[in-house]
Design a binder for this molecule. Structure first.
Ligand SMILES: Nc1ncnc2c1ncn2[C@@H]1O[C@H](COP(=O)(O)OP(=O)(O)OP(=O)(O)O)[C@@H](O)[C@H]1O
Ligand SMILES: [Mg+2]
Length: 334
């Protein structure tokens, strides 16, 4: 573990909490003795930087590569190319135990991510046991304190996950993630399995905890509306690529990529339980094994031009962030 004292840095020179450069991950699908199979590019040439204390929202439809990206950040999957730095350190040089002290996940389904045969107390204290922190009494006290922080009555310490509501279970998952005081929380659809009213409670809780514990969040969702509430910056993913990234305000009020515009149009869905919102984009998500030529969004894009099917757009970077679209050629400021 790095025992160097932490030096105070000015915000301009501060090392980002997470820095992702040219990150890619592909899968070989349908390989056999006779054939190499096909390459599925789940994440392609992603560049992102997240400052300490910032909330980066990642939004995109099912299959756009969000979970693959998060699994690489958690060290659960190796990239095919590119790099991830956590606090300036290449993730490949960080041991598993040290990485889990820095980065913790909160998953979508709080039921399947909690062991049904363990009590709430056992579940929340497990990270402390794994990392060998404190005596049994100290751990129990720490668990009770954390339960209060996440809004769980300490009497539930002897209950089992099946005896809790969905919202309470997600509070348990959050408590467990925070026990070893990580710097970064990767939340992959943490509220999409919950009722709307409970969603708001969990989002409020995550907002409070961010301040209390000085956390950095990567917040993954297919619902842009949630990100308006919680994110500072938003990265929009489409078929493995970040096609736009900007402040949450800019993406919500002045989206540039036609896909970001379409996602925004879907925010006012009547009932999140109805599944993915209708994006009014006509044809469905393309087959990732046979991606469209040129810009992969062009078959669904209401603003497609002839060059969109011929050439992939370059990435345009400016003071707002980045956008990959022929409507915004490099150097054009909009
Ligand atoms: N282990 C794997 N082997 C083969 N293909 C995979 C594997 N994991 C993911 N994929 C493919 O990679 C693409 C991205 O998947 P991923 O789970 O990252 O998407 P997602 O954005 O998280 O979707 P969702 O919103 O449904 O959770 C998909 O086409 C998926 O089928
Ligand atoms: Mg996913």
């Amino acid at each position: 573990m790095n025992m160097q004292p932490k030096t105070q840095q000015s915000p301009a020179t501060q090392t980002p909490a997470v820095e992702i450069a040219n990150l890619s991950r592909s899968f070989q699908v349908g390989a056999s003795l006779m054939s190499k199979g096909k390459t599925l590019r789940a994440v392609e040439d992603v560049n992102l930087s997240v400052k300490r204390g910032e909330v980066l929202g990642i939004v995109g439809e099912s299959g756009s590569g969000k979970t693959t990206l998060s699994r690489m950040m958690l060290g659960l999957m190796k990239p095919s190319g590119g790099s991830i730095r956590i606090d300036g350190q290449n993730i490949t040089t960080i041991g598993r135990s040290e990485l889990s002290r820095k980065v913790q996940p909160v998953f979508q389904d709080p039921y399947s991510s909690l062991n049904p045969r363990k009590t709430i107390g056992q579940i929340i204290s497990l990270p402390l046991e794994t990392h060998g922190s404190g005596s049994r009494e100290e751990r129990t006290k720490a668990v009770e304190e954390m339960m209060l922080q996440v809004g769980l009555a300490p009497r539930l310490i002897h209950s089992y996950p099946s005896q809790l509501s969905g919202g309470q279970r997600q509070r348990v998952a959050i408590a467990r993630a925070l026990m070893i005081r990580p710097e970064i929380l990767i939340c992959d659809e943490p509220t999409s399995a919950l009722d709307v009213s409970v969603q708001a409670q969990i989002l409020n809780l995550l907002k409070d905890l961010r301040e209390k514990f000085n956390l950095t969040y990567i917040f993954i969702t297919h619902d842009l509306g949630i990100l308006e509430f919680i994110a500072d910056r938003v990265a929009v993913m489409y078929m493995g690529r970040v096609v736009e990234s900007a402040t949450a305000w800019n993406v919500m009020n002045a989206p540039r990529h036609p896909y970001a515009e379409a996602l925004l149009g879907s925010v006012l869905t009547p009932d999140p339980k109805l599944g993915l919102p209708d994006l009014h984009l006509g044809r469905g998500f393309p087959d990732p094994l046979n991606p469209p030529t040129g810009c992969s969004f062009h078959p669904r894009c209401p603003k497609a031009m002839p060059q969109c099917s011929a050439n992939a757009p370059r990435t345009t970077r400016d003071e707002h962030g980045l956008v990959e679209c022929h409507l915004y050629p490099e150097g054009a400021s909009k």
